[in-house]
Design a protein around this ligand. Structure first.
Ligand code: MEV
Length: 321
């Protein structure tokens, strides 16, 4: 009994960090995916191997907490096994196209695909909501205080407006004339630590930070409407404003600023850091066919530039036997 599942990475277009404190945010699924194979075994352990990390791990059922990067994956598999009352072992193989530590939701996509693949191998029927909720439990190990936006977009795909206290709505957006250009600073960072740093600063200066958070939330709501209307010039302008707010709360870096300004200078409709910041990637919004100059400009300063569309596909069980 085995199954293969995949889930997409994501780009947050509006509202990262602010979403942790219950402001609305907007995210889209991208074409890069994490693939996870789960196979039942008879030996009462969870084995995890990651092609990307070139690492393997062996865990008890339930897995004992460990600091290694594969433990959250073992825990995600365990959550699906526990739901099915399963105590036989499982082998989990992870193969992901999503750069880790880059703000593209790699850990959430792996967690979502792991839950879905394990459930598939066990013959356990889970709703998408259940898959997303179990993946969030695994995300809490990785990030400490995740908002839930990453596992939601990895599960449901497309474009979503998300609020922690209210859940998400799918946005009805036509992305066919647009591409996202993603450029790496080459500096990985830790989402959990950045979230903690921002919250500490906010707690120190609540009267300064509250208006920034409110502005970011209104901005995301306004941007979602503009996206549905297809007013991409305005969406781009709001991405630039959102980047300014993220700089204000301290998560931009010189490398991120350089890439953001290069993308804008080369003709992007808008550009901002995406994800937790402190390194990782920027996202630039470009009209399809006009991205070449932006890509060329970014390649001068970035070790890795990717071009992606928005993917409607959320988590998929691709094969079961
Ligand atoms: C990480 O992809 C986005 C953050 O807002 C954290 C979260 O929402 O859990 C920085």
């Amino acid at each position: 009994m085995r199954a293969l599942a995949s889930a997409p990475g994501k780009v947050i277009l509006f509202g990262e960090h602010f979403v942790v404190e219950d402001q609305p945010a907007v995210a889209v699924a991208i074409s890069l995916r994490a693939r996870v194979r789960a196979e039942l075994t008879g030996d009462s352990v969870i084995r995890v191997s990651s092609r990307n990390l070139k690492a393997t791990g062996k865990y008890s059922i339930p897995p004992a907490e460990e600091k290694d990067p594969l433990y959250p994956v073992a825990y995600a598999a365990y959550l699906a096994m526990n739901k099915a009352g399963e105590t036989r072992g499982v082998n989990i193989e992870v193969d992901s196209e999503i750069p880790p530590g880059a703000g593209m939701g790699s850990s959430a996509a792996v967690a979502v695909a792991t839950v879905a693949a394990t459930a598939g191998a066990l013959g356990l029927e889970l709703s998408l909501d259940e898959v997303s909720k179990l993946a969030l439990e695994s995300e809490k190990i990785v990030h400490g205080k995740p908002s839930g936006i990453d596992n939601t977009i990895a599960t449901f795909g497309g474009a979503i407006a998300y609020r922690k206290s209210e859940g998400f709505v799918k946005l009805n957006v036509d992305f066919s004339d647009l591409v996202l250009v993603l450029a790496d600073t080459g500096k990985p960072r830790n989402t959990g630590e950045l979230v903690k740093r921002v919250l500490t600063l906010k707690a120190a200066f609540p009267s300064v930070f509250e208006p920034l958070y409110y502005a970011a939330g209104r901005l995301a709501v306004e941007a979602a409407k503009l996206m549905e209307r297809g007013d991409w010039e305005a969406v781009g302008s709001l991405m630039n404003v959102n980047h300014g707010l993220l700089s204000a709360i301290g998560v931009s870096t010189l490398e991120l600023e350089n890439l953001v300004y290069s993308a804008r200078r080369a003709g992007a409709l808008g550009a901002k850091l995406t994800g937790a910041g402190g390194g990782g990637f920027i996202v630039a919004l470009c009209k399809k066919g006009e991205e070449t100059t932006v890509v060329q400009e970014l390649e001068r300063a970035s070790p890795r530039v990717l071009v992606s569309g928005v993917s409607e596909r959320g988590v998929i069980v691709e094969a079961k036997s």
